[in-house]
Design a protein around this ligand. Sequence first.
Ligand SMILES: *[C@@H]1O[C@H](CO)[C@@H](O)[C@H](O)[C@H]1NC(C)=O
Ligand SMILES: *[C@@H]1O[C@H](CO)[C@@H](O)[C@H](O)[C@H]1NC(C)=O
Length: 442
Amino acid sequence: MPSFTFVALSAAVALVGIAVYLPMQRSTTLFEGPAVVENFGMDRCQKVTGPSFCDDVRIQRNLQLGFLACDPSLPYRNFAASVYDEAKIKEDGALWVYDLKKPGTPAEKLTIKNFEGPFHPSGITFAPTSEDGTPARIVILVVNHVPLEVPRVEVLYYYPARKSLVYKKTISSEHFFAANKIAASASPMVHQYDDTPSFFVTNDHGYNLTNWKREYEEKFNLPASSIVYYNARANLAQEVAWRLQMPTAIVPYQQVDSIWIAQAKAGTVDNFNSHMLAAEHQEQRVLSVDTRQPLTIAWPGMLNEEILHTKSVTVGLDYEIDTDTIVTLSHAKWNDFVHVAKEKLNNKDGETSKNAGFVISRGNKYPVRVGETRPKPRKDIVFDVNETPRRYKYKIFIEPIISHDGSEFGSPSAIAVSQGRVLVSSHYSEGFLDCNITEEAK
Ligand SMILES: *[C@@H]1O[C@H](CO)[C@@H](O)[C@H](O)[C@H]1NC(C)=O
Ligand SMILES: *[C@@H]1O[C@H](CO)[C@@H](O)[C@H](O)[C@H]1NC(C)=O
């Protein structure tokens, strides 16, 4: 008869086996994606020429201007795929501007006046402007990845009338060690003299390139990344959310210091909101850098209030407040993207033996029973949440609207939405997409 120790040991071994197997199986399906990538809706997209090798695209909605961060050195520093050789980085990148009011006209490359030194742009964001009127000057913040240095944030002014981009200042922090994407906050903590907003930055990894722990983080998909908040009046940054699994996109949501983030390797899109949880831990007395007056600042207390399971490797995300529209951009098959990344590292202008497709999805709201997330409710049953407010609430489901196998355009990097249109940028495909996602267009 087996001893008690033996039985207990067998049970423990079985439990450990299951605990290891289940997450591995989950990430396998996540990375490999569906067996067949549906190809519908590409007729709703037009390919626009101009830049190549773009890491981010954002739309300034007052002016309907799209900005792209593109860099011929991007094939040598694909941090998301962990494929890089920073020694090969020579050429500088640039920002490109696209006028959504003139669909299909090529994007224009911008040079930065008064700026010297390497420029390898990643995430872009804009200081919030009033929703009415056309700003004479846009404050643009860009994450700049100088090879083998801690990334920094460049503050630039764009004058639309003259199409002129001018360097203002550089913001540095040790906490930006793996900075990737950036989202300006609508917080009143704005620099009084140069209009720099406070902002959030994602660190896509928990460790930097030269840290040996990075290898284990990659190998085991460890949730080690973080989100950093920069207070513009204190000129201080601090981590405000931790234990994230490769956040690749961040955008402001409705309230001040409220954000959506995409966690590529967790397969989720998450809403974090700031709360005052404990003033003694969050408040800090500082001397403001602008007016030199004593000032009490409050660090955001970020709570994860909504988790949407995308069941895919989501790298792009955007939210339009006016129309309450959330869109996401996912890799169809992550492993194909990593394959393409490795080939591009060796020959950035060469053909690749595989294509890396993409999926554009939209967040649609359906009433579900409180506490239930699945199964998804049948669409033909209409609940009136106002009639039965205690039993039902609206929940967002991320549903694909356009997908493509990558043969014409692939290797997706970011998405931006405005007034029923989305712009999609790519790591390796030439140009970018301008797609119509209005309901009728489906
Ligand atoms: C990266 O991390 C290592 C180990 O923590 C540190 O020694 C190194 O200075 C860091 N490099 C950069 C560029 O941050
Ligand atoms: C998008 O498609 C809809 C429906 O076909 C159409 O009414 C609308 O004009 C299109 N928008 C643009 C910007 O092309």
